[in-house]
Design a protein around this ligand. Structure first.
Ligand SMILES: O=C(O)[C@H](O)[C@@H](O)[C@H](O)[C@H](O)COP(=O)(O)O
Length: 267
C-alpha cells in the first residue's frame, strides 16, 4: 500500500521530499554505484530544486552518480517552451554539480516540424527505449530497466507520465517506452514510460500540492475502482510508492492513513 505524507505547506513538503531523495540516492549508490532516475515535468522540478540546489543539497547527494531519464517527454525541440528536458535543466539539473551528459534527452534529430507536430512518435519512443537499453542493460541482459527512483507529478485529470485516464496505452505490457499522438493535454505528441516500467522501479514518489489537486487526489487514493493512471501506479508499485502532498491537497481524504511526518526508517 502506498504511503501518503501530507505536510503543512509546500515549503515543508519540499524539505521532506529532499530528505527522501537524499536517502533513496544514497541507498542506490551504495547498492550499485549509481542512481538511475526518471522524472516528469510540471511543477515537480521546482519543488525539488527548493532544497536540492542549496549548498547543503549540492553536498548531500553524490550528483555525479546520477543518470537522469524522462518519465515522459513532449515531442518538441529541446529548447522549446514545452520541453520537459528544458524545464528540468533550467530549474534543477544545470544548477547541480552534474555533467550535462548525465541527463538523457530524446533524440532531437527525430523531431519533425518546427513545433514537433510532424514527429513519428513511435520512432521517437523506440529510439528512447534504445537509450534505456544501452544505459541499463548492456547486451539486452535484462527484461526490465529498474529505476532507482521515479519522480512524478499528478495531473488534474489523474494522469501521470503521459498516461491518461482511459487511454489504451495504460494496457501496454511489452514496450518500455511508447509514443502517444492524441494526448488530451497539449502538445498532443509525446512519449512516455509504460505502467509496468514505472511500477517496476525501486521507489516511486508522487508530488502534488494545492487546492486544485484536492478532489482528484481524493479520487486517486479513495476510489481505486476508477482505475485512474496514478491509482494504477499505486497498485502496481504498492509499498514502494510515496505521495508527497500538502494539507490543501489532502484535506478531503478521510478513509486513508495520512502521515504528517517523513519517517526515513520506513522508506
Ligand atoms: O509532461 C507532462 O505533462 C508532465 O510530465 C505531467 O505528467 C505532469 O507531471 C503533471 O501534469 C502534473 O503537472 P503539475 O505538477 O504542473 O500539476
Amino acid at each position: 500500500m502506498a504511503t501518503l505524507y501530507s505536510f503543512k505547506n509546500k515549503n515543508e513538503l519540499s524539505v521532506s521530499l529532499a530528505e527522501y531523495v537524499k536517502k533513496v540516492s544514497a541507498e542506490a549508490i551504495a547498492r550499485h554505484g549509481k542512481c538511475m532516475v526518471a522524472i516528469s515535468g510540471g511543477s515537480l522540478p521546482k519543488m525539488l530544486a527548493q532544497e536540492l540546489i542549496t549548498e547543503e543539497g549540492k553536498a548531500a547527494v553524490e550528483w555525479s552518480k546520477w543518470e537522469v531519464f524522462f518519465a515522459d517527454e513532449r515531442a518538441v525541440p529541446l529548447d522549446h517552451e514545452d520541453s520537459n528536458y528544458r524545464l528540468n535543466m533550467e530549474e534543477l539539473f544545470s544548477k547541480l554539480p552534474m555533467d550535462p551528459s548525465q541527463v538523457h534527452p530524446i533524440d532531437a534529430s527525430l523531431i519533425s516540424g518546427e513545433d514537433g507536430s510532424e514527429t513519428d512518435t513511435t520512432e521517437l519512443a523506440d529510439a528512447y527505449e534504445k537509450v534505456l537499453v544501452k544505459c541499463f542493460a548492456p547486451g539486452d541482459a535484462v527484461r526490465h530497466p529498474t529505476f532507482d527512483l521515479v519522480l512524478l507529478g499528478m495531473g488534474p485529470d489523474g494522469h501521470c507520465c503521459s498516461l491518461f485516464p482511459g487511454h489504451e496505452l495504460l494496457r501496454e505490457s511489452v514496450a518500455w517506452v511508447v509514443g502517444i499522438d492524441d494526448s488530451p493535454k497539449p502538445p498532443s505528441k509525446r512519449i512516455t514510460l509504460t505502467l509496468p516500467i514505472v511500477g517496476h522501479a525501486n521507489k516511486i514518489a508522487f508530488v502534488a500540492a494545492g487546492e486544485g489537486k484536492r478532489d482528484m487526489l481524493r479520487r486517486i487514493i479513495e476510489n481505486p475502482e476508477e482505475g485512474l493512471p496514478c491509482t494504477l501506479v499505486n497498485i502496481t508499485g504498492g509499498e514502494k510508492v510515496s505521495w508527497f502532498v500538502d494539507d490543501e491537497a489532502s484535506q478531503d481524504i478521510t478513509h486513508y492513513p495520512i502521515r504528517k511526518e517523513l519517517n526515513l526508517a520506513n522508506i
